[in-house]
Design a protein around this ligand. Structure first.
Ligand code: CP
Length: 341
């Protein structure tokens, strides 16, 4: 199956390609965790990791996954390499592409990871931008696939995102609509995907941006049979299999003028056990982490061993990233005699 060169946005991939990467990830998870078998598919290959922002899960996942695959990862933190200084992004991308086998980047501006991919001959993976978080999507989908409600297929499931239209919220809308799931955002007006995503610009600009985002999701649904519902009425989460939330302050470096985020979201959008039970007696809790405990979610939910999937979700970042690396990075010829299977 021919894949796009880069992993910048799951909208660039088909449902079948996404599920094939998940299958590979689950097979390698079992091979490593159960059988102790490390498939050295990227032996001697180098991954360059650009981080313009802090990270725990994403950095650890990429670095250790690369090691599992027999390769090597190099970390470039803020200010450690030329990126957007007097050397153009294109020139940097070209040189890095000649020195490395794969690149990943967590960037402040999405256009930078797009520019790195355009300028580089090697695969570039988006480790999160202000626009989306596609490797998070893959870990989340893997977690849902492993925790399907009894008798349901992934396409039968509903994920309800509670709160602000962050890049994680947009990303979940993209992956759910791509796979054919039902996606719900329960959030306040002005913070919904259709009218306030990422706090972009004036109210008119937000509405315009919202239209574009909804068009992507609706196009995905036409192909997959999925659905999208956005509402500030709690009834929209009734029957949801997965209740997902993200921090409320995440985008407040670009604060909405005159707003205090606690006034906007608390208490209506806080995930409590009452909210979980309102969704359904077996609904599961998800969070990309890091969480601000007892703001967007209470401890009782986050630490519930039956209802909370957020810890396995964090671990699945690595298992899904390992699969993305193997699927995209294993392009240049490897001399089979040198590979330890
Ligand atoms: N969820 C996530 O991307 O976590 P980090 O910011 O710690 O990488």
């Amino acid at each position: 199956m021919a894949l796009p060169k880069d992993f910048l946005d799951t909208n660039d991939f088909t449902k079948e390609q996404i599920l094939a990467i998940e299958d590979l990830g689950l097979a390698m998870k079992k091979a490593i965790k159960v059988d102790g078998f490390y498939p050295h598919l990227l032996r001697n290959k180098s991954l360059g990791m650009i981080f313009q922002q802090v990270s725990t899960r994403t950095r650890l996942s990429f670095e250790t996954a690369m090691c599992d695959l027999g390769g090597h990862a190099q970390f470039y933190g803020p200010g450690t390499i030329q990126l957007g200084g007097h050397e153009s992004l294109g020139d940097t991308a070209r040189v890095m592409g000649d020195l490395l086998d794969i690149m990943m980047a967590r960037v402040d501006r999405h256009k930078d990871v797009v520019g790195l991919a355009a300028g580089s001959a090697v695969p570039v993976i988006n480790g999160m931008s202000e626009f989306n978080h596609p490797t998070q999507e893959m870990g989340d989908l893997m977690t849902m696939l492993e925790n399907l409600p009894e008798g349901k297929k992934i396409e039968d499931c509903t994920l309800a995102f509670i709160g602000d239209a962050t890049q994680v919220c947009l990303s979940l809308m993209f992956i759910c609509s791509k796979i054919g799931m039902n996606f719900v955002q329960f959030g306040p007006k002005g913070h919904q995907i259709c009218d306030g995503a990422l706090h972009v610009g004036t109210p008119e600009e937000r509405a315009e941006f919202g239209k574009k985002l909804m068009a992507i999701g609706e196009e995905n649904c036409k192909v997959s049979g999925g659905s999208i519902v956005i509402s500030d009425e709690i009834d929209c989460i009734k029957g949801a299999d997965f209740i997902y939330t993200d921090v409320w302050y995440g985008l407040y470096d670009e604060e909405v003028e005159g707003e205090n985020y606690m006034d906007v979201f608390y208490p209506k959008y806080q995930v409590t056990m009452d909210m979980m039970n309102f969704a359904g007696p077996n609904s599961k809790f998800m969070h990309c982490l890091p969480a601000t405990r007892n703001e967007e979610v209470v401890d009782e939910v986050m630490d519930d061993p039956e209802r909370s999937l957020c810890w396995v979700e964090a671990e699945n970042r690595k298992h899904s990233i390992r699969a993305i690396l193997a699927a995209l990075g294993n392009r240049t010829p490897i001399n089979d005699e040198n590979v330890e299977y």
